[in-house]
Design a protein around this ligand. Structure first.
Ligand code: C2O
Length: 364
């Protein structure tokens, strides 16, 4: 039986898992979405149409694009907190699905297990849907059906720092009034420091040319040599009735356990009690960088399938295809979405602006 998010979002409870210091938490643990109407979510049907949204690489965007992106984020931040499309509610989605707010559908009498969409084969599809609605909401707020979020191209040497737009010059722009700025980031990792996508919590201190080589080798490993089949790339099976899989499990997919987690930890502030924001599930969504990081993670799914290597295909198990989540769409409609409807980006109306993938020839 597939993992199925509950119909009844009012069953959601406060976050209770994976937060080491609850007393000093910088963000709320009450991360359940508002209940706007009674009744079960509608099954979501992808709108038909051509690809209109092309996600650009964050380090190459035009001034015109940047202005639009900021305007959209500003509007999202200006929505009232109880609007499911507000920035705060969008951030809290991550907390709810990752820190124990939802329970699996119950079988009579048995205690209901928590839903954890990390550390398993749910990782790629859940986050794809999450970004899908986030992007559509932003587009709707600026009335631009072609609006696409940027991706942080950390797999290429030209993208291996926090994109400059996230750390604007304070002499030119008040950070507090910049909608894509976030105060909770590691001050030692701001540009031009080269990202360590193999970061494990200790500073490597490698000269940047070496760090670039380490990063490219890590990409090759996580996309090619260690990701030879759906289980190794997507992560292990996780079905209804299973206990949530914990961090550190050998069954976590190569990208999720590798560069994905490394970048989270590297951006989050290690001096905060829970490594807020990016370094903890419950707070990661509060940093606009989260969505830009995850766009590149999402892009890796597409690239992995397109490498033309035998074994590089989506899981075919019904319990993966039929797993489903509940989101609010850009019209505040509560909808249920399935893994099987998100396996390709084109039917979802978006794609990625092309960038070179230098790691593909970087066999260590
Ligand atoms: Cu849901 Cu990057 O984690």
């Amino acid at each position: 039986t597939p993992i199925t998010a509950p119909d009844n979002i009012s069953d959601c409870i406060a976050a209770n898992a994976g937060i080491s210091d609850k007393k000093d938490a910088a963000r709320t643990l009450a991360c359940c979405p508002p209940v706007l109407s009674e009744g079960a979510p509608k099954r979501f049907v992808l709108p038909k149409g051509p690809v209109t949204r092309v996600r650009p690489a964050a380090q190459r965007v035009t001034d015109e694009y940047l202005a639009k992106y900021k305007e959209a984020l500003r509007k999202m931040r200006d929505l009232p907190d109880d609007d499911p499309r507000s920035f705060k509610q969008q951030a809290m989605i991550h907390c709810a699905y990752c820190n124990g707010s939802y329970r699996q559908k119950g079988e009579d009498g048995k205690p209901r297990k928590e839903i954890q969409i990390h550390n398993s084969w749910l990782f790629f599809p859940f986050h794809r849907w999450y970004l899908y609605f986030y992007e559509r909401i932003l587009g709707k707020l600026i009335d631009d059906p072609s609006f696409a979020i940027p991706y942080w191209n950390w797999d290429s040497p030209t993208g291996m720092t926090i994109p400059a737009m996230f750390e604007p010059d304070p002499a030119k722009e008040n950070p507090r009034r910049n909608p894509i700025f976030n105060a909770y980031r590691d001050a030692n990792h701001l540009p031009p420091v080269v990202v360590d996508i193999d970061y494990n919590g200790t500073e490597r201190g490698a000269p940047c040319i070496d760090q670039i080589g380490i990063n490219l080798a890590a990409m090759y490993k996580q996309m090619i040599s260690n990701a030879t089949d759906p289980i190794s790339f997507f992560g292990g099976m996780y079905k209804a009735g299973d206990d949530p899989i914990n961090m550190g499990s050998p069954l976590i997919g190569t990208i999720e356990s590798g560069c994905h987690t490394a970048v989270h930890r590297w951006v989050g502030n290690s001096r905060m009690p829970n490594n807020e924001d990016m370094g903890n599930f419950y707070s990661a969504g509060y940093d606009p960088i989260f969505y830009v990081h995850h766009a590149n993670v999402d892009r890796m799914w597409k690239i992995w399938k397109g490498l033309g290597i035998k074994g590089h295909h989506d899981p075919t198990d019904e319990d993966w295809l039929e797993a489903s989540y509940v989101f609010y769409d850009e019209n505040k409609q509560l909808v249920r979405v399935y893994n099987k409807d998100c396996v390709d980006t084109e039917p979802m109306g978006y794609e990625y602006e092309a960038s070179r993938i230098p790691w593909s020839r970087n066999r260590p």
